[in-house]
Write a protein that binds this ligand. Structure first.
Ligand SMILES: Nc1ncnc2c1ncn2[C@@H]1O[C@H](COP(=O)(O)OP(=O)(O)OP(=O)(O)O)[C@@H](O)[C@H]1O
Ligand SMILES: [Mg+2]
Length: 259
């Protein structure tokens, strides 16, 4: 199993009040799966992702990444942020080769893999450009190439396209679909957009409003490869409707603020 989340709970204490953010969350992710975490604002999606990343500790429960307990951040779990963090003084290719350089990977092999990944992300002709010479979308794509060269067990994405304009967002969704189709990296992707979850995911973990619990795990039954044209199809519309209904079941639930 790529990722095994067992009985994870987490509360926060703020101004004398305890907020239960996650309550006994279980999720089992198979290698190569694309899983979306979907739920209303404040249901604990980012908290769960941060715990999986090792940035935050759970109160109880365990997380196994390829069978190994998560206690801190690690190269097996790569987090991609909303703003790509590239080194401004390095070229595109040097940025991609930074990880392998640090881990002592064979230089020729790293260079070949970096070139291959840059081709896959459509930046073969931009290997010697610096980040400031790239568009926002291109910088994102470099960040994916830089992540994938380290062969992470899982990519963790927290609403990665939320800050983008509508056109770039669609293009990044297409890009991610194509990239995943080729590389089959396991992905845990947070969104509160039903349509995005339906387009991208194999399964959607629908979380209930605070405290975050797994309300349902819905399989998205839409053939792949998927493209933006998929969004127009009858099967997509049916899946989206079903997912929306599942999400609506979770809304209006009582907030749990424990004194
Ligand atoms: N560092 C913190 N200190 C106190 N409370 C926190 C902290 N981080 C998160 N919380 C609380 O935990 C709950 C879950 O927050 P979280 O950010 O995980 O939600 P989310 O599902 O990612 O929401 P959104 O969709 O708005 O990003 C919220 O009630 C939030 O106020
Ligand atoms: Mg969040």
């Amino acid at each position: 199993m790529a990722l095994d989340i067992r009985g994870v709970s987490k509360h926060f204490r703020h101004k004398g009040k305890n907020t239960l953010a996650l309550d006994n969350v279980d999720l089992h992710v198979q290698p190569g799966e694309f899983i979306c975490l979907l739920g209303p604002s404040g249901c604990g999606k980012s908290t769960l992702l941060n715990i999986v990343a090792g940035f935050m500790k759970a109160d109880s429960g365990t997380i196994l990444s390829q069978g190994t307990p998560v206690t801190k951040p690690g190269a097996d779990r790569c987090v991609l942020f909303q703003q790509p963090t590239l080194y401004s003084w390095m070229t595109t290719k040097q940025n991609v080769m930074f990880g392998p350089k640090m881990t002592g990977m064979d230089k020729t092999a790293a260079s070949e893999r970096a070139a291959e990944l840059l081709d896959i992300v459509g930046l073969g002709a931009f290997q010697n450009h610096y980040p400031h010479q790239l568009s926002g979308g291109m910088r994102h794509r470099v960040a994916y190439a830089r992540a994938l060269i380290n062969k992470p067990n899982i990519l963790l994405l927290d609403e990665p396209f939320a800050a983008l304009d509508a056109i770039t967002r669609v293009s990044m969704q297409n890009f991610l679909l194509e990239l995943w189709q080729q590389e089959r990296t396991t992905i845990l992707f947070v969104t509160h957009d039903v349509e995005e979850a339906c387009l991208l995911a194999d399964r959607v973990c629908v979380m209930s409003a605070r405290p975050g619990r797994v309300h349902a795990i819905s399989t998205v039954d839409i053939p792949r490869p998927r493209t933006q044209a998929t969004v127009e199809s009858q099967v997509f519309i049916e899946n989206r409707r079903a997912l929306r209904t599942t999400l609506e079941e979770t809304l209006g639930q009582q907030e749990a603020v424990v004194q």
